[in-house]
Design a protein around this ligand. Structure first.
Ligand code: UDP
Ligand code: MG
Length: 320
């Protein structure tokens, strides 16, 4: 039977362009040999987006709609889409056609070659402000330095994932998910295809600076413990200054109230910062435990005989 591809489209106040997105996608889908389902996740739109989608559903049964009770954000809209998608592979893309459907066959090609996850990597971004391009590029580069995962540069949420990748993602229950980080985190065979990010077909970006900052913070706090340990590094300054100050005291022999006071103060400050850093390290462990991600993901096992089946059960359970 033909393979089923689910396309997840998060939608937030996209009435200006959603109809042409639907038309373009249906037109694309008709020309493909795979079967498709289009899953629109309406993230609490206040405009007519949902109505427009519902209308097109009457004409095409491959269109599906999930409606949030309010705006929960792009990342959770994608997360919800993954729960509802039934495809052998799932593609996530913007509802504003910034991610061109023509790239999907390339992604499918890579999937057929054996990759579990295929990222869309932006070579060019049209119609975005210099500020947005600069901040995005800076974020990805800093993130790469401080995070524990090797997230490919210049990728967004446009990607294809096969069934086993989606099933693993669905096991992650983070409250504020940073989906592109999660996707890297689960591992498996990952690759990317280059694409030219288009201009929005209509409407404004739904990612104002505040949302971008909160996404960046979610990304860093989900995949880096470095900020928690910053206090350890900061403590070096007062401790080293304290040592110098003590040396100066001993060498000069002038034990004035001020110089003794400063030395004590510097050491106290250093110890205080160090203690905060230690707290950070423990907090990091608590965070890890609370995130409750599977501790490891097995991609395959080989050579186990029938009698060892119990081990597979163990594997399955420890991943939940
Ligand atoms: N979006 C969403 N919820 C939000 C913000 C955005 O579902 O709170 C959707 C939006 O409709 C679009 C996608 O997420 O389909 C990406 O948003 P947008 O295109 O505004 O971001 P940009 O491409 O400008 O970074
Ligand atoms: Mg967009």
């Amino acid at each position: 039977m033909d393979q089923l591809i689910s396309i997840i489209l998060p939608v937030f106040n996209e009435e200006a362009g959603i109809q042409s997105t639907i038309d373009t996608l249906l037109n694309y889908v008709e020309q493909q040999k795979e079967r498709y389902e289009l899953i629109f996740v309406d993230d609490g739109s206040k405009d007519n987006s949902a109505k427009i989608i519902e209308k097109s559903m009457q004409l095409n049964e491959n269109i599906k709609l999930v409606r949030f009770s309010r705006n929960f954000g792009h990342q959770l809209a994608i997360t919800a889409g993954l729960q509802y998608a039934t495809g052998d592979a799932v593609v996530v893309m913007d509802a504003d056609l910034q991610d061109p459907p023509e790239v999907i066959p390339e992604m499918i090609q890579k999937w057929h070659e054996g990759y579990d996850i295929v990222y869309g990597k932006r070579i060019k971004r049209d119609g975005e402000t210099v500020f947005k391009k600069f901040t995005a590029s800076a974020f990805y580069r800093i993130f790469k330095k401080i995070s524990t995962i090797d997230m490919p540069l210049d990728t967004g949420d446009f990607r294809l994932m096969n069934r086993r990748a989606v099933d693993q993602l669905r096991k992650l229950h983070e409250q504020d998910p940073f989906v592109r980080g999660q996707v890297t985190w689960i591992g498996f065979k990952q690759t990317s295809v280059m694409y030219h990010r288009q201009e929005r077909i209509a409407g404004e970006t739904k990612y104002p600076l505040t949302k971008m900052i909160s996404l960046a913070i979610d990304g860093i706090t989900s995949f880096s413990m470095k900020p928690l340990q910053l206090a350890n590094i900061f403590s070096i300054v007062p401790i080293v200054s304290g040592i110098f100050s003590l040396g100066y005291l001993l060498a000069s022999g002038s034990y004035s109230l001020a110089s003794v006071g400063v030395t004590i103060l510097l050491f106290t400050l250093g110890l205080l910062l160090l203690s905060i850093g230690i707290l950070g390290s423990y907090l990091g462990r608590v965070l890890d435990q609370v995130n409750n991600r599977p501790r490891f993901i097995v991609s395959e096992t080989k050579g186990f005989q029938e009698r060892n089946k119990g081990i597979h059960h163990l594997h399955a359970r420890s991943q939940n």
